[in-house]
Design a protein around this ligand. Sequence first.
Ligand code: ADP
Ligand code: MG
Length: 697
Amino acid sequence: MRPALLDPLFAPLTTLKGIGPKMERPFARLLGREVPRVVDLLFHMPSGFVDRRARPTIAGALPETDVTLEVRVDGHHPAPPGRRAPHRTFVSDATGDLVVVHFNIEASFIERMLPVGATRWLCGRISLYDGMRQMTHPDRILDAAGLAKLAPIEPVYPLVEGLGGGQVRRAMEAALARVPDLPEAIPGEILANERWPDFKAALHRLHRPADLADVEPMGAPWRRLAFQEFLAHQVTLGLVRAQQIEVGGRSSSGDGRLMEAVRAALPFSLTLAQETAFSDIRADIASDKRMLRLLQGDVGSGKTVVALLAAACVIEAGRQAALMAPTEVLARQHYETIAPLAAAAGIGTAILTGREKGRARQAILDDLAAGRIGLLVGTHALIQPDVVFADLALAIVDEQHRFGVEQRLTLSRKGESADMLLMTATPIPRTLVLTLFGDMASSELREKPPGRQPVDTRSISLERLDEVSDAVGRALAGGAQAYWICPLVEESDTSDLADATERHAVLKARFGPRVDLVHGRMSGTEKDGAMARFSSGETRILVATTVVEVGVNVPNATLMVIEHAERFGLAQLHQLRGRVGRGDKPSTCLLLYRGPLGETAKARLAMLRSSEDGFAIAEEDLRLRGEGDVLGTRQSGFPGFDVARLEFHSPQVAAAREASAHLLARDPHLSAPGSEAVRTLLYLHGRDAAMRLLSAG
Ligand code: ADP
Ligand code: MG
């Protein structure tokens, strides 16, 4: 049971004052959880900050920097009726004049905020326009009372459509008021050495910074929170490991008959990397230790086939395997690859997702329970309680980082000591494997299957959009298909970002009904429909947000256009590019960027042009993330971690591992009163599955 102490943090966000049911939807999208909780918001880290401490005079204010100006309001010049001109307000101080510009805002409203003759404080940036200093839409217009409450440093948060920075900050204030004092889980020496604040103080300083170091990833508050998250993670790994040793594994070995039959059905021979990975996996499966292995390889490196061969090993021993993928599209695609090969080898397979319903679903469940299905492919639907295997011996999880530990455990628990194979198309730098997985075994498919053409990758300024559009036209004329990727529809805090729907309309106007659209706001069926039309060749251009990122296979698509490439992370760009170059025809990837590019963005694009090795790219990505430019543009955190940013905090992992080892050596089941704080920490960071291991053992 979760300690009552944490209840205020795990209450739904809507229990906070000012967050009604209407606000739940946008917060749900922001925080990536259907029913967002207070703790999810508190762990929503700033992506930057605005320093409000600069208080220059009007004459002394640098253009395009954040300032807070004390001004006197001299007069108003409302927008002439019916025209799209702005409302202008004239203000001044002893050193000069400034024009405050508002578009589309009621004059009476502005005049109330800026009464003539009054002193006001304006937060924002000034620019020079026709020789005049002006400030367009100040971030804040304050009177003396407002100024007294102004935060000296204001955190800036990643946002989604329908949610403004002010709303997030106000919600955060309400959430901070809920933070309880927690027992300290971090060992005293570390805390003292690092001079870290306690949990509550750390959250307060991060979200209500008084100093830049409070809000920076390398500052004490964030480092503390990252460390405690690592500690929770390491303790979880330790508990899982202990449990595995305790429970042990089962040896599954057959006569090689099915495995050979699958091989014989393959229209190609395995690469050396595939052979090596498979023989490691086969040995694990045959051993009586429980397998926990990671299979890493770029998109298209041939993981699915290896997974099928692994499944064949347990099936020929009379047992079953399951392959779980994070999305319907991916599950179906795996199934399409697997089904004909399995059929040729005489392996019973089926697919189970949210779409299989009623009698059809029941028939699958019956076949599964009777052992007539050897390999079941599916989505989260596989872990529903009524999905019962006759004898599950191998659980394969694709894109494992999209699942929680708990979901992975739930799947493997459907079998007795089931072996587990985790697959990922996001290569993880070696230096991080330990962080994320402890001492899990890992196989890497670095080599691509033969016959693949390299992807010709170029970066092009957005100003040359016309030429890009022509290139798309040429590709279509040549019978090819193209992807056109836009930044997420949801992430519209910067409104000039190409919006997928708008791009879709523009391309459709030029290329007609062959242009289709897929994005994250569509329902699963709509998305699948769009993917299916593209896959069958019915549509020729697919405008998409990053929902096509993972795993989708359309060999005839040979052109990939990525708009605002500078907004994407390196690993993500690489993933996206992996959608092309899957057939035997040469492919092109055009990275459209809006200049001027920062150093890091330049380095990212250069790396992509020069390499297609996902592992090398992952290493470089990590290095570049560490180089900065992280604040300001959104960098998503690392999968599985809410607070910790590995590019900054991974050096702390070793210490967290050590602390965890000490804790578990002293108290393996965390049952002593002294372990209360650590137990609380596990709950706090959502490692509930680990807690269940404790109560089971
Ligand atoms: P991944 O799951 O790693 O993204 P897949 O297993 O889907 O990759 O493989 C991508 C494509 O390459 C599939 O069409 C598959 O049939 C093919 N393929 C896999 N292994 C080989 C190989 N050794 N030689 C040639 N083609 C292969
Ligand atoms: Mg085994």
